[in-house]
Ligand binder design. Structure first.
Ligand code: ADP
Ligand code: MG
Length: 382
């Protein structure tokens, strides 16, 4: 029956608010994994091992050999807005990591059972800590919540169990475990291609052979061949583009943006417009049913419907109707030209001079594709 009058307004509990917020940030196992992989890469890992049970809903574990976490930092590790990557507001402008400002581990701790085992090079043993609702929690009843010493290698192992156990609607919105696992494999494969110097594995718990396995000193093309197959890899073209092309150079690198430039105002001029891109993409002889686009902006896997549309338009003029390409595109732009202070759920990115940059990239790719098809014709005639 309809209420007879207005109901009283009540303040939501902090933990309820945080759980709702976490569900908006961490959509599914693969989005949690993406954050954890980025943390491992930020920690300088050269090996990243992913183990999954039940599509990541029961267990999602990521083991890295990165720098580890200091024991003293463990108590605040999973608090919201705690980070080692940013301290002042102006840091936001030079940050190359965007999206989650100390929110990933916190969010995960609100919607799962989170365990961290970590060891820095100078620690004599590893430390194990369990988290719930942003704070340390006892591993089992009757024990303290303090981190406990344990055996372990240098680096960090993050274990996420029972994801979304306390947010049933989120859990029921997920697909079956095989589809969630496929998304996990997809994320691992994409990061493996973008980081060919890092070894990645991904497997289901209890199975002997991994579904993804890359060596630690590979190249982008080798990694694409390994993960997407030789049929695709043999049709790849490669271009590098940079904003300084206009001035004649063909593959010049960006000036070192990360260099300590205390004098920021000087840099806001010309340099903040500098960008560079690298792409590996299939030629006219390769035809897939669906387009595969691996888009990294400043080393983060992102989506951009404008870039996708621009690439589709280029290939529309080159491939037969219904055929689609594979494109890996890594774009580096000045971190100051990406709006990092947007809501973290924005997977879609926008950046300064977007139209001009996209047009230039599409142009170069189109030129390469046309040049390639002409040389094919030429070969054929000889
Ligand atoms: P952010 O990455 O935005 O800082 P997170 O919640 O993802 O926020 O991580 C919080 C902090 O925990 C990081 O800043 C980092 O210091 C530490 N951390 C997380 N994962 C790792 C890891 N795999 N290795 C080393 N440090 C880590
Ligand atoms: Mg992070």
């Amino acid at each position: 029956p309809p209420p007879s009058g207005p109901r009283p307004i009540r303040r939501l509990q902090e933990s309820v608010i945080n759980r709702i917020a976490a569900g908006e940030i961490i959509h599914r196992p693969a989005s949690a994994l993406k954050e954890l992989i980025e943390n491992s890469l930020d920690a300088g890992a050269t090996s990243v091992k992913v183990t999954v049970k039940d599509g990541g809903m029961k267990l999602l574990q990521i083991q890295d050999n990165g720098c580890g976490i200091r024991k003293d930092d463990l108590p605040i590790l999973a608090e919201r807005f705690t980070t080692s990557k940013l301290s002042t507001f102006s840091d936001l402008k030079r940050l190359t990591t965007y999206g989650f400002r100390g929110e990933a581990l916190a969010s995960i701790s609100y919607v799962s059972n989170l365990t961290v085992v970590t060891k820095t090079k100078t620690d004599t043993c590893a430390w194990k800590a369990c988290y719930s609702d942003g704070a340390l929690t006892p591993a089992k009843a009757g024990t303290t919540a303090d981190p406990k010493p344990c055996a372990g290698n240098d680096g960090t192992t993050i274990t996420v169990e029972n994801l979304f156990y306390n947010t049933p609607t989120r859990l029921s919105a997920l697909r079956g475990s095989s589809e969630e696992y496929a998304r996990i494999v997809d994320v691992v494969s994409k990061y493996a291609i973008h980081n060919p110097h890092v070894s990645f594995t991904c497997k289901k718990l209890g199975t002997p052979s991994p579904d993804v396995s890359t060596p630690s000193s590979s190249t982008t093309v080798q990694a694409i061949r390994l993960l997407y197959g030789q049929t695709l890899a043999k049709e790849l073209l490669h271009v590098t583009i940079s904003s300084t092309d206009k001035k004649g150079a063909n593959t010049s690198n960006l000036p070192d943006q990360q260099a300590d430039d205390e004098d920021e105002d000087d840099d806001m001029g010309e340099d903040s417009e500098a960008w560079s891109a690298e792409a590996h993409f299939t030629n006219a002889s390769y035809q897939a049913k669906k387009m595969t686009l691996l888009l990294f902006i400043n080393h983060r896997l992102v989506e951009s419907s404008r870039i996708k549309r621009a690439l589709e338009a280029v290939y529309n003029g080159i491939l037969a109707k219904g055929a689609s390409p594979f494109v890996y595109l890594s774009l580096q732009i000045d971190p100051r030209s990406v709006d990092v202070n947007v809501h973290p759920t924005k997977k879609e990115v926008h950046f300064l001079n977007e139209d001009a940059i996209i047009e230039r990239i599409a142009d170069v790719i189109q030129q390469a594709l046309i040049g390639q098809s002409q040389s094919r014709v030429f070969e054929y005639q000889v």
